[in-house]
Design a protein around this ligand. Sequence first.
Ligand code: ADP
Ligand code: MG
Ligand code: MG
Length: 245
Amino acid sequence: SSLLKINNLKVKVENKEILKGIDLEINKGEVHVIMGPNGAGKSTLSNAITGNPKYEIVDGEIIFEGENINDLKVDERAKKGIFMSFQYPEAIPGVTVEEFLRASKSSITGRLQSVIKFKKELEEKMEELHIDKNYANRHLNVGFSGGEKKKNEILQMAILAPKLAILDETDSGLDVDAIRVVYEGVNKLKNENNAILIITHYNKVLNYIKPDFVHVVNNGKIVKSGGIEVAHEIEKQGYENIKVI
Ligand code: ADP
Ligand code: MG
Ligand code: MG
């Protein structure tokens, strides 16, 4: 059934129209990939869905589980089950991964998480995702490699169990191991009741993930949608020559 439906979405950033009428529907159980050249509006779309206040909706609607969420704040959308991998560039010394994740879960669920129960839950998830136990005691992002930051993202997804997870791969400098951590995690976490939206500008992702739909964004619009063949077409021809639907 329909999880997210976006109708004719137009979004302004700093008074400039960036999204020029996006239509997109994501059902439960689906994995969607959005591709497109740099500056196309991909991150603007993810920010508009998660509710970043810098991104102003000027037209259209974002419907989540049948409800128009245009006017909901970031935390209200998060509580409804919309997750975007938090981009924490800075390290937070003194806060461990475990404490950070427990606080995230308390905040999303509105229920304070018991230290002991949470520890057990986290250990189970880490085992499932093949993440070393010691990782939970590391200080958040202090000396983390790209891959270790990504593990945190995936653990956060596992702990929060969002209905819609948006992974915006802004970090194209990731090495192959880091990419694998993320996408093996995604494959483990996807199920019939959630959906995943992956935003990327490179094809490597498709070595690890089989999307149900691939969309191409260019100049603030979805110019093409289809299956995996769309990604292969881009690989061969680049974005310039993509035939518009
Ligand atoms: P993509 O993720 O596809 O590379 P973006 O959505 O980041 O593209 O950017 C699309 C356009 O919107 C670019 O011209 C970019 O400069 C502009 N833009 C995006 N976010 C901001 C912002 N926070 N402030 C100013 N301009 C922005
Ligand atoms: Mg970009
Ligand atoms: Mg981007």
